[in-house]
Design a binder for this molecule. Sequence first.
Ligand code: ADP
Ligand code: MG
Length: 694
Amino acid sequence: MRPSILFPLFRETRTLSGVGPKVEKLIARAAGTRLIDLVFDLPVGLVDRSYRPKLKEAEEGRIATVEVMVRDHLPSQNPRWPYKVRCADETAFIDLVFFRTKGDYLKRTLPVGARRIVSGRIERFRDGLQMAHPDHIVGPDDIDDFALVKPVYALTEGLPLKSLSKAVRGALEKVPEMAEWLDKPLLRARVWPSFRAAIFAAHAPESPADLSPESPARMRLAYDELLANQLALALIRARMRGQKGRVLKSTDAFKAKAFAALPFALTVSQQQAIAEIEADMASSSRMLRLLQGDVGSGKTVVAMAALLTVVECGAQGALMAPTEILARQHMATLEPLARAAGVRMAILTGREKGVAREQTLKALEGGLIDILVGTHALFSEDVSFRDLALAVVDEQHRFGVHHRMKLQGKGDKPVDVLVMTATPIPRTLALTAYGDMEVSRLTERPAGRKPIYTRLLSAERIDEVIVHLRQAIARGARAYWVCPLVEESEKSDLAAAEDRAAMLRQALHAPVGLIHGRMKGPERDAAMAKFKSGETKVLVATTVIEVGVDVPEASIMVVEHAERFGLAQLHQLRGRVGRGSTKSTCLLIYQPPLGDTAKARLKTLRETEDGFVIAEEDLRLRGPGELLGVRQSGMEEFRLADLAAHAELLTTARDDAKLIVSTDPELMSPRGEALRLLLYLFEREEAVRLLRAG
Ligand code: ADP
Ligand code: MG
């Protein structure tokens, strides 16, 4: 239950005066639906009206506030011409210019002979100065009626800044005084204001410096948000670790047999990761480990080692993939290994239905299945294991803290968790999303991998690409061709995969397959199988092939509209090739013109194949929000913290959170009470719920 002191902040924006249904919708698009969203919607700029020159010195193009005397009204003869009000100070004249404005209104606000303060942009017209539609017109003593410096917020079409600013001010009034949750010495050392003061200051910038992420107010707010994030993760971690884990010791019995069936030797990295995982499993506390490894670094066999350990101990393991294709692929690669060891595997996805599904569920409950591979379907209510001891989750970035906690419900005894991700998450981001986990990293690539030749090409040269592709296919090559969108849409100029496939079929005189997100499972598998077997030479795809698909014979990757993809995503796509013995090529086709940032991003990709370097660069160039398609990915999203700028705060917040959890694990001290409020404020109630008196 949210504390009542916060209720007002979580009300809908329509409860604010001046926010009707129409403005509410617009505000929802620009900032959010609740007052708290407005409070956290910090200004992106400011209008500075503090420039107050004499007219003679007024610089053209600048926003100025000037004091003038009204001299004359010059109504227009023609309705299409503007109405002018001639004004002057001691140094020069200026015409205030109005289009479609009623003369009597102007006569009332600007009577001849009156002194007025007007604010707006100074323009030069013929020989004189003018100001079109001043933003403010007030009497000489009423300059306080408008702020000389005003915050500017990110808007959405149709939403006037005035309406949003007013709503934000209304929301700010509801921010209550709250007990300080930050450590006093930290506050003093950093010279930070209180949360409330910081929020007000952040919304009232007086100079560009106040907008910088390094301003004390913004630092403080960023820290609050990061601390909430880190504290929530630390609480979850403490809770999970607090539960006694099972002692699962590898006997090597099955593993030795299964791995004897592998056509290669494990890399040192793989062996190390397996050792770390086995140590976790053999200990009496629960395992919560993240296995990070670039595309193709060989995470699957590491997972298999862990799964087999569990089976050696007489328990069951589950391997969960983000897509059906991947689940089937895991099944296909691991099943032979399992068979070699006499271990029973089965698959469960949304596609297993009816009798087959019933049988699998029954066998699972009866302990006749040792390892179950599947998709999110493994979470379904009716799936129960006889004795689940380990869950491996592949491609963790679609998998948030909530999922991790939910998984917990599946075993009677604590379930060890191993998550694998091919997304080379920068260290800072890893900390925010996986702060509750230990990390193993696969740092080498399996032997025999060749570097991939990466080229950037303008879309104008697509014909050349097709010529080369035709030659390569004649030599026996196989290629992926990735388009960003599936559907033909009049509105977008995106290359539609369907059209592209048809076009390539003609141009290449070769069988071309198509695979996209709208396809049903069996269709998709069939398309994949044909490409794998070589029946089709080119596979046109949307990003469904993004993760994990393994066709070693494919040596060419073409990506259209590369500028629309995240770097991490492109890196993953590129990782689909370079898996076999032939030299591979990745062609990144972009739509010109390309902005500087976009160019820099694509260049990074051309220059390195190190996923971690790429990820750091992506974070630097784009910021975390865009990095992985944060919303859909389950990655943390921050509203006040800017991970590129506040990385240093993150480590402090992590240490702070650790200390809090070790000294006040139930948040019962006075500071603990305040910290609960912080967790609610940033909507981390899942963590509060874990507390005894939550
Ligand atoms: P990812 O880390 O992307 O999930 P996979 O586990 O799918 O990578 O492995 C990619 C490919 O590399 C597979 O074809 C796998 O059989 C192969 N592979 C894995 N480990 C090794 C190794 N030590 N030596 C050679 N090939 C390996
Ligand atoms: Mg994989």
